[in-house]
Design a protein around this ligand. Structure first.
Ligand SMILES: [Zn+2]
Length: 61
């Protein structure tokens, strides 16, 4: 049965097999592609980096 998880970055609900799971946290394909191509000058850079930080900060607990 498909289980949906909210993307840690954009909050979209994504079926797990279609997203990327990092240490149990979901990054959807849209965010994954965005982050791969984003540059520090992009207006959305901070938004995506904050989302990633949430993932990195949660993993060591
Ligand atoms: Zn996302």
């Amino acid at each position: 049965m498909a289980k949906a998880i909210s993307c840690m970055v954009c909050g979209n609900s994504v079926p797990v097999p279609r997203g990327l799971l990092i240490h149990g946290f979901l990054l959807c394909r849209a965010c994954e592609d965005r982050i791969k191509n984003i540059s520090p000058g992009d207006p959305d850079y901070g938004f995506y980096m904050n989302g990633l930080k949430k993932i990195w900060c949660s993993r060591g607990a």
